[in-house]
Design a binder for this molecule. Structure first.
Ligand code: SAM
Ligand code: DTB
Ligand code: SF4
Length: 342
């Protein structure tokens, strides 16, 4: 049956005492997932910068003077090599991002080839390329693309404050096209844009009340990049951020909730509470698209301390059993372990 989260019900979750909310989120999490496992994805920017859109948070918009290295669409060998590395580090999904408003028709054959190559390596594929028409979504799905990432980012009423070159309805249309084409949907938002709690509630309602909630819900903490209009935004209180994760877990109990951008600036304890609130997916590897993500080794140490296992899809790695723990295979010397604890 279709989910129906109302503003009243959503508000009731947001105003719960913190520990009651955390408890409810853990209950839901444990009903649907192994609470000691996380899914790990690796991200690669396959086309960087010079984007015509004006998203005020984004270092890749051509409107702002940021310190990123623009790059044309990468060669196939560069993409395949990065995917090989990701696979050997334990990633089950390879996510490719392009700084486009939408892909051009002339790019479609190349995108299809990329998908087929990565799929043949036994990895799940995800792309985020901007808006997709109905037929473009079908083309990517036919090539074997598993997931498409397209974030709503915030509430529809606040959207105009963060992007003016497209509408919220266009975002929703692309989500519909992805779903109709049979791909899995990855859609979430950003916290720290200057939005109110009401906007966070409306964002989570939009996502959870879709015909099918997204299989994957990335919750990004704004990375404040110099040169963007949001570089001086007020920092988000970590407990407010954790609360969004917990509410997302309760409203979308069967979805993977991804603790996405922003982990670089979080301490271990905040990340641990995000996992406790129900986050069970991350980007793994020292770079997001253009900004920093924690070094792999730092993550290994944290996951070892928390006894978190990397989820290994059985069909992707038939020789590994469910309890295989990638993080236990990493040899970390005691000095590094204790240094990272401080
Ligand atoms: N151009 C495509 C689009 O906008 O859908 C795909 C790439 S875009 C960079 C993917 C997502 O990255 C955005 O929707 C946004 O949620 C996230 N993002 C971009 N810049 C960010 C930042 N500074 N902090 C946090 N998340 C960010
Ligand atoms: C998502 O929700 N977050 C990722 C991914 N989907 C594509 C991107 C985060 C980008 C952070 C800023 C940067 O590295 O450029
Ligand atoms: Fe372009 Fe996507 Fe960045 Fe917006 S978020 S400027 S569409 S790359």
């Amino acid at each position: 049956m279709k989910n129906q989260w109302t503003l009243n019900k959503t508000h009731a979750l947001f105003k719960k005492p913190f520990f009651d909310l955390m408890f409810q989120a853990q209950e839901q999490h444990r009903k649907h997932f192994d609470p000691n496992q996380i899914q790990i994805s690796t991200l690669l920017s396959i086309k960087t910068g010079a984007c015509p859109e004006d998203c005020k948070y984004c270092p890749q918009s051509s409107r702002y003077k940021t310190n990123i290295k623009k790059e044309k669409l990468l060669e196939i060998d560069q993409i395949v090599n990065a995917a090989k590395q990701a696979k050997s580090s334990g990633s089950t999904r390879f996510c490719m991002g392009a700084a486009w408003k939408n892909p051009k028709e002339k790019d479609m054959p190349y995108l299809k080839m990329i998908i087929k190559k990565i799929k043949s390596m036994g990895m799940e594929t995800c792309m985020t390329l901007g808006m997709l028409s109905d037929s473009q979504a079908k083309t990517l799905a036919d090539a074997g693309l598993d997931f498409y990432n397209h974030n709503l980012d915030t509430s529809s009423s606040f959207y105009n404050n963060i992007v003016t070159t497209r509408t919220y309805q266009e975002r929703l249309n692309t989500l519909k096209n992805i779903r109709n084409a049979g791909m899995k949907v990855c859609s979430g938002g950003i916290i720290g844009l200057g939005e109110k709690i009401q906007d966070r509630m409306e964002l989570l309602m939009e996502l959870s009340n879709l015909n099918f909630p997204p299989e994957s819900v990335p919750i990004n903490l704004l990375v404040k990049v110099s040169g963007t209009p949001m570089e001086k935004n007020i920092d988000t209180d970590p407990f407010d951020f954790i609360r969004v994760i917990a509410v997302a877990r309760i409203m979308m109990p069967k979805s993977y909730i991804r603790l996405s951008a922003g982990r670089y600036s979080m301490n271990d304890q905040t990340q641990a509470m995000c996992f406790m609130a129900g986050a069970n997916s991350i980007f793994y590897g020292c770079k997001l698209l253009t900004s920093k993500n924690p070094e792999k080794e730092k993550d290994m140490i944290l996951f070892k301390k928390l006894n978190l296992n990397a989820e290994i899809k059985k069909n992707l790695n038939p020789q590994k059993n469910k309890n295989y723990n990638l993080f236990n295979e990493i040899k970390i010397n005691q000095n590094q372990y204790y240094k990272a604890s401080k």
